[in-house]
Ligand binder design. Structure first.
Ligand SMILES: C[S@@+](CC[C@H](N)C(=O)[O-])C[C@H]1O[C@@H](n2cnc3c(N)ncnc32)[C@H](O)[C@@H]1O
Length: 338
């Protein structure tokens, strides 16, 4: 079958069998969240993945699919798998990591990142003898060093609309003004400290830096060692130093996002469209072809349509396929005026 047969379609069936029909080296990105091990029943269909009796059988089934994903992936493509873990007899099985280790042993691929999804609204069930699980990995695998990567397209931590800004309102850094006044610095040093502190607070408010710390002579402990111009020298000469933290502008392997629960959508395990959009911008170009072999409610296809990527979605449950098709259909693309 040619690739055109699959393009921009949701196809109902077993993803291992269906992916065998896709031509080799034709897909730019596979991005998916397979059914988690023994977590849910998606209709009790015979080829459904996730209901195997052992974790080894579950991983073997996923490996069969992954092998096909590697075959159909273009040389500069990526594969992203999001997996969840499972407790058995009060012990974590480490399912995602066992899967990743097996994949790395069996397939000619590299693991670029283990991106951690931090759930802003995890299931509010507090156990008495363990902490609430609130993260899941998104493994980013590639076939070769030539993988397409658009770092500029990916969010900075500070750009995440779901994250509260870390600038503590108008109080940021205020305590340092009090400390400067109470210090033994000379009047000239105090003046310089106030001026530099005011400038730094502005930088945080404008989002140029993430945060800062100030060390004042006689109040804070002195840093050890140090070269010319180092922190220690600055404190000795000026009476203070300001340590700027640029963390917010870094592109980090963490994505914070709430778990999706969409009104009227009857699918128990939807992943956040926000994360998928960010990864599409990072790992694909416009018109690239993206496969989600476990498309569920259609999140990947929706994100692709919105961002001008082609999608292919598989799911074994006919009701989910219909739901995904309908949701994608409802996405209206607004073409920019020329
Ligand atoms: C975790 S859900 C995916 C949810 C999806 N990411 C979303 O946002 O809606 C996993 C999906 O895999 C489907 N599935 C299970 N076994 C399958 C198989 N062998 N082939 C294709 N789909 C399968 C289930 O029906 C379920 O919809």
């Amino acid at each position: 079958m040619t690739l055109n047969h699959f393009i921009n379609k949701i196809i109902c069936g077993d993803s291992i069998e269906l992916s065998k029909e896709i031509p080799a080296n034709s897909i730019n990105l596979v991005i998916t969240s397979p059914p988690y091990f023994k977590q849910r029943d998606y209709g009790g269909l015979s080829q459904e993945i996730g209901n195997e009796s052992t974790v080894e059988d579950y991983i073997n089934n996923l490996l069969k699919l992954f092998h096909e994903c590697v075959r159909i992936l273009k040389d500069d493509g990526s594969i992203v798998f999001n997996l969840g873990d499972k407790y058995e007899k009060s012990s974590l099985l480490l399912v995602p990591y066992r899967f990743a280790v097996e994949v790395l042993k069996q397939e000619p691929i590299k693991l670029v990142n283990n991106i951690t999804w931090v759930k802003l609204n995890p299931t509010p069930r507090q156990y008495r003898r363990r902490l609430v699980s609130s993260t899941e990995p998104f493994f980013h695998f590639v076939k070769s060093e030539k993988y397409y990567y658009n770092l500029d397209g990916f969010m900075k931590l500070s750009d995440n609309p779901q994250r509260k800004r870390n600038n503590n309102g108008n109080n940021i850094g205020k305590k340092y003004f009090t400390l400067i006044e109470g210090s033994n610095l000379s009047p000239r040093q105090k003046q310089q400290a106030r001026e530099e502190l005011t400038k730094t607070i502005e930088e945080v408010k404008k989002g140029k830096i993430y945060s800062f710390r100030m060390k004042i002579k006689g109040i804070h402990s002195m840093p050890f060692g140090g070269q010319q111009g180092g922190r220690r020298t600055q404190i000795l000469k000026k009476g203070f130093t300001i340590i700027k933290i640029n963390g917010n502008s870094m592109k980090r392997d963490v994505i914070e996002s709430a778990v999706e629960t969409l009104k009227g959508i009857k699918h128990p395990a939807i992943y956040p469209e926000y994360i998928i959009q960010e990864l599409l911008k990072l790992l694909t170009r416009k018109d690239d072809v993206v496969l989600d072999p476990f498309v569920g409610s259609g999140t990947t296809a929706i994100a692709c349509k919105k961002l001008g990527r082609n999608y292919i979605g598989f799911d074994i449950n006919p009701d989910y396929c219909k739901m995904a098709e309908k949701r994608v259909e409802n996405v209206k693309i607004i073409k920019p005026l020329l």
